[in-house]
Structure formats: structure tokens, C-alpha cells
Design a protein around this ligand. Structure first.
Ligand code: HEC
Length: 180
């Protein structure tokens, strides 16, 4: 699979409202730069090192924030299958899931498939982990895999629609796992 460049990430991100979070970070950085510039214009004896430090912190924090938003560029992408009911998702996703995912993640998504004990780190348990992630993030990991772990990329095995389907199914499995 082709590695994506940073610009590819930005292009993907630009199509989602995640781009607003990037702009938010940039605005904070800009505000920080404004504070610094304001301090620099003052006579030396009236400058405040606290305000300057605050400005620097805003710049660094804002830029870091924006950068982190770009790492999983589909985080805020809308699932094209969001109109499907949970029952429809289960019916369509389960056979794909059992074929490609259950060996590691387990039939119910509890991270306890037959291969689970052979991989480090262990496959994610969608009941305890994953429920707080957005479908767009699951879609990204299913598509690209997770480097440094056994989680493979499914970009060339599953269609885009199947990957979005699984992204929702993973959320549903997590929800079901947490029911008493
Ligand atoms: C060879 C074993 C293996 C297979 C097959 C596999 N996974 Fe994974 N998966 C992993 C491992 C290992 C992780 C990473 C856990 C970590 O980062 O701690 C992971 C992580 C994930 C995550 C991220 C969850 C999170 O919250 O961090 C998702 C989503 C996921 N897998 C979905 C799938 C789906 C859907 C399939 C089938 C299409 C699949 N996986 C197939 C091993 C596997």
C-alpha cells in the first residue's frame, strides 16, 4: 500500500469539518503571536515575562493541537452508511467481520480471538477500548492498519463501503459488550 504524505492527510482532512479544529489551533497560535508582538513593541521596562511566556505557550500549544488533528484525517468524516439501522449494519457486517477480524478481535469484539494471545500488543477489545473513538477513526485504522502492531491494512481487501460498515459494526460491538 502506498504511504500517504502529510499533504494527502491535509487534503483528506479538508473535506471534513475536522478542518475547523485545525483552524482553531492555528487561531490560538496566531493569538499567541499577537501577544508576543504586543510585548515586543512595549518599552523594555514595561514588558511582562508572564505574558510573553503565555504567548509562547499559545503558539506551541496551538500548533501542536493543529498537528495532532491531522494524524487521523478521517476522524470527523461522516459515515456514508449512517442511515442504516443497527440491525442492517449487523446483518451486513457480521459475515465480513467473522471472516477477516474475529480471529484476532474475537466474535463479539472482546479482543479474545484464537490468534489474540500470539500478538503484542493484544488486539483491541472494543468493549473497553474503542467506544470513545469516532467511526471515522475506526475507518482509518481499518483502512491503513496500525503500524507497529498486528493490525493489518484492509485497503486492498475490503471496499470503502465495507470498511465504513465495519467501522460502525465495531462501535456496535463495543456498545453491546458494555450492556449488563
Ligand atoms: C492479525 C490480528 C488482527 C486482525 C486480523 C485484525 N485486527 Fe484489528 N487490531 C489488531 C491489533 C493488534 C490492534 C491494535 C491494538 C493496539 O493498538 O493496542 C488492532 C486494532 C484495531 C482497531 C483500533 C481500535 C482502537 O480503539 O484502538 C480497530 C478499529 C480494529 N482493529 C478493527 C479491526 C477490524 C474491523 C478487522 C477486520 C477487518 C481487524 N481489526 C482485523 C489485530 C488485528
Amino acid at each position: 500500500m502506498q504511504p500517504l504524505t502529510y499533504w494527502d492527510h491535509l487534503r483528506i482532512l479538508a473535506g471534513t469539518w475536522g478542518v475547523l479544529w485545525v483552524l482553531f489551533g492555528l487561531a490560538a497560535a496566531l493569538a499567541g503571536a499577537g501577544i508576543l508582538a504586543g510585548e515586543a513593541r512595549k518599552p523594555r521596562e514595561r514588558r511582562s515575562s508572564e505574558r510573553a511566556a503565555g504567548g509562547l505557550l499559545l503558539i506551541a500549544g496551538g500548533l501542536l493541537w493543529s498537528y495532532l488533528q491531522t494524524l487521523v484525517p478521517t476522524r470527523y468524516a461522516a459515515n456514508p452508511l449512517r442511515g442504516l439501522s443497527a440491525a442492517e449494519v449487523s446483518a451486513r457486517a457480521m459475515p465480513i467481520y467473522l471472516e477477516h477480524c474475529a480471529a484476532c478481535h474475537g466474535e463479539k469484539g472482546r479482543g479474545d480471538g484464537p490468534l489474540a494471545e500470539f500478538v503484542t500488543p493484544r488486539p483491541a477489545d472494543f468493549g473497553t477500548h474503542g467506544w470513545h473513538h469516532r467511526e471515522g477513526e475506526h475507518y482509518w485504522w481499518i483502512t491503513r492498519g496500525i503500524p507497529g502492531t498486528a493490525m493489518p491494512s484492509f485497503a486492498s481487501f475490503l471496499t470503502e463501503e465495507e470498511r465504513w460498515l465495519l467501522a460502525r459494526y465495531v462501535k456496535q460491538l463495543g456498545r453491546e459488550a458494555r450492556l449488563p
